[in-house]
Design a protein around this ligand. Structure first.
Ligand SMILES: C[S@@+](CC[C@H](N)C(=O)[O-])C[C@H]1O[C@@H](n2cnc3c(N)ncnc32)[C@H](O)[C@@H]1O
Length: 291
């Protein structure tokens, strides 16, 4: 069996289900990532997910810290919302790659609808573990909430390293967790269910504090890990209460709404285990290929 069908069956089946698209196009407003709100802003009742997702993309742009005209690889580009943001606000030329054909088509349409000039956002179907671009061709490479799905982590990071120019920037928006065996039994059961159902095959490698060693082993330097969990908690909390209202409280389900079991479990599981037990962290990891 090839790697694509065997090792990647979890992530392929998680993202191919149309119900997932209604989740991301509905609850996550077409962007397939969480939002960030400055912790000092306080009042979570004022939380606006669209604004928070915009803030998260701005954090990504600031971490890339590249000049206008830079060529950037968006690995796991989803619906192209992040790529379009970076084109619009950063002036980058963005090359998106995603396993999912349907998402790539939507990303193309999204860019056209926003009158993205020809060549400034480009999307292809493919595996970011086998990137069809030349060595030293990118000023930046980033992933936004997808690297945890890579079953062959070193190969993927090696590809990112290969396509980056010397001095190029890597940015990863990625979760970390404690070692599973150190979690209490309930948290461990929740984490294992989420990992299995969403195909997060490498997250067990992403223990708190592990990224510097993982990345320096590939050759990256100037590695920085910024824990921004506190600013992501409001989004996790909103999704938790939505999941409670729609799926747990009797008679509260909206007419026509479907239960998406995996995302409901994730919404119910991540907020309490992150906020109460401080288990899940959301990090911005950045690094450079030596110049
Ligand atoms: C949580 S979504 C994030 C999408 C996008 N980065 C965003 O923030 O809106 C994860 C995406 O990664 C893609 N993906 C997962 N593994 C991949 C791989 N090996 N190669 C390319 N894309 C992959 C999935 O198809 C999915 O679209």
């Amino acid at each position: 069996m090839s790697r694509t069908t065997e090792q990647m069956s979890g992530v392929l089946s998680y993202y191919k289900t149309p119900k997932k698209d209604s989740y991301y196009c509905g609850k996550l407003m077409g962007a397939c990532h969480f939002g960030y709100m400055k912790p000092s802003l306080g009042d979570w009742e004022q939380f606006n997910p669209l604004e928070a997702q915009h803030n998260m993309r701005e954090l990504l742009r600031e971490s890339l810290a590249l000049p206008r005209g830079a060529c950037v690889l968006d690995a796991g580009s989803g619906y192209g919302v992040v790529a379009e943001h970076l084109r619009r606000y950063g002036g980058y030329n963005v090359y998106g790659i995603d396993l999912n054909q349907g998402r790539v088509s939507i990303a193309d349409k999204y860019a056209r609808a926003r009158k993205s000039p020809d060549g400034s956002t480009n999307f292809i179907v493919g595996d970011y573990g086998r990137i069809p671009f030349l060595a030293d061709s990118m000023h930046g490479v980033f992933t936004c909430e997808t690297l945890c799905h890579a079953p062959y982590l070193e190969e993927v990071l090696g590809e990112f390293y290969r396509v980056l120019r010397p001095g190029g920037r890597l940015v990863l928006h990625e979760y970390t967790i404690p070692p599973l065996e150190e979690m209490n039994p309930l948290a461990q059961a929740i984490a294992k269910a989420m990992i299995k159902r969403t195909g997060m095959s490498s997250i067990h490698r992403f223990t708190h504090g592990a990224f510097p060693d993982i990345l320096s082993g590939i050759g990256f330097r100037n590695i920085d890990v910024r824990d921004i969990t506190e600013g992501v908690i409001p989004h996790w909390r909103m999704l938790f209460w939505q999941a409670v209202a729609e799926n747990v409280l009797p008679g509260k389900r909206l007419p026509g709404s479907e239960i998406n079991l995996t995302n409901t479990l994730a919404s119910l599981g991540i907020y309490p285990t992150a906020d109460l037990w401080n288990l899940w962290r959301y990090n911005i990891v950045s690094a450079e290929k030596p110049g």
